[in-house]
Design a protein around this ligand. Structure first.
Ligand SMILES: C[S@@+](CC[C@H](N)C(=O)[O-])C[C@H]1O[C@@H](n2cnc3c(N)ncnc32)[C@H](O)[C@@H]1O
Length: 351
């Protein structure tokens, strides 16, 4: 009789994993990138690291062998960057092998089950029940590898996030923080429905949040000037508190923001700037199990966060982005309230 995953002990699981994915006999050599050439504005790296302490430097590079839940389980990365490691394959295969309490933030942007063609190996047309069950499986692993107080973000269509949110609410470890609506600028009307105008970003933490840094957005951009009842002077000069409705995320249309080899589904770096700055400090580890074009990893590299990435079909494009450094980040005028950090400090489209 097939045993349920939840009934397996760690030893059973490791034995099963070793049978399914035996260690490679002749491991292929890793491609090691050259040094990070995403430069920061003068002084901004010092200011950033100085204010957040020396956490990043003291934690050092990520070693793939230190990520596995047992010594017998080998983890062979496809690429090692200055601050992260990229694994090629199915995210569940890797998630199951990672040790618990490993990462500080998880950001997941899976395929939305819309029957799109991604790469050759991605399945994007499951039955509704299969899709939800598949998501629950990788979510459960994401929660396990999250450190206490760590943050989990799930980006999806509102339709799926309703169901996934309900599942996450039922996990004893997790605390609901926000359901963030991200306005989408370009979409087609659907006959007989309201015009769909937002994606959903769920934000949970594993128990009480260990890091929550307040983001302030520019009061003069994106229509943020509101009626403050004549008390404008009393407003914080750094800007207004970030809301749970993000209307200022630019679409990723121009080639300077996305790979010509991978045209679809790249997120704006501004989404990841916020996720990373809000919930991590320098040296913390961010896991993104659906790498896509590597937006999360590029943002982590530029902000001194460590990262673990997994991608099924587009590792070449991610390696190209991280080692070639040609793609731009979207302009971002956000500030972090405490400590006061100017986030607008790297090459953007405006430069
Ligand atoms: C919506 S895209 C992610 C886009 C990404 N956030 C970005 O900004 O570029 C989803 C990605 O997940 C990858 N993918 C699909 N199924 C996967 C799986 N089982 N394991 C790992 N990656 C998978 C697809 O190849 C696709 O690139």
């Amino acid at each position: 009789m097939r045993r349920r995953y939840d009934d397996l002990s760690d030893d059973d699981l490791i034995e099963g994993l070793l049978k399914t994915f035996p260690p490679p006999k002749n491991p292929t050599p890793l491609s090691i990138s050259r040094t990070n050439d995403i430069s920061l504005a003068p002084g901004s790296r010092d200011q950033h690291d100085g204010e957040m302490g020396k956490r990043g430097e003291s934690r050092g590079r990520l070693h793939p062998e230190s990520l596995a839940r047992s010594r017998e389980l080998t983890l062979q990365p496809r690429y090692v960057a200055p601050s992260g490691v990229l694994f090629e394959g199915d995210c569940l295969d890797y998630l199951l092998r990672f040790k618990s309490d490993l990462v500080d933030t998880v950001f997941a942007d899976p395929p939305f089950n819309l029957g799109k063609s991604y790469g050759d190996r991605t399945v994007d047309s499951r039955t509704d029940a299969d899709y939800v069950e598949w998501c629950q499986r990788w979510l459960r692993e994401c929660v396990r590898v999250l450190t206490p107080g760590g943050a989990l973000f799930v980006y999806n269509l509102p339709k799926w996030n309703l169901l996934l949110g309900a599942y996450l609410m039922g996990l004893a470890d997790l605390q609901f923080r926000h359901s963030i609506a991200i306005e989408m600028k370009s979409c087609l009307p659907i006959p007989g429905r309201l015009y769909p105008a937002h994606y959903s970003l769920l934000y949970f933490t594993k128990g009480k949040p260990k890091t929550f840094r307040k983001i302030r957005t520019c009061r003069h951009c994106g229509g943020e000037i509101r009626d403050y009842g004549g008390h404008r002077k009393a407003m914080n000069p750094l800007g207004v508190n970030l809301k749970d409705v993000w209307t200022d995320i630019p679409p990723v249309r121009h080639w300077k923001f996305k790979s010509r080899e991978r045209r679809a589904n790249a997120l704006s770096t501004k989404v990841l700037d916020r996720v990373v700055e809000m919930t991590t400090g320098p040296g913390d580890i961010v896991l993104d199990p659906f790498g896509g074009s590597g937006t999360t990893y590029a943002v982590c590299e530029s902000r001194g966060r460590r990262w673990i990435g997994i991608e099924l079909d587009f590792c070449d494009e991610i390696v190209d982005r991280l080692s070639g450094g040609k793609l731009k980040h979207h302009r971002n005028d956000d500030k972090v309230d405490e400590p006061h950090v100017d986030l607008f400090g790297w090459p953007s489209a405006a430069d």
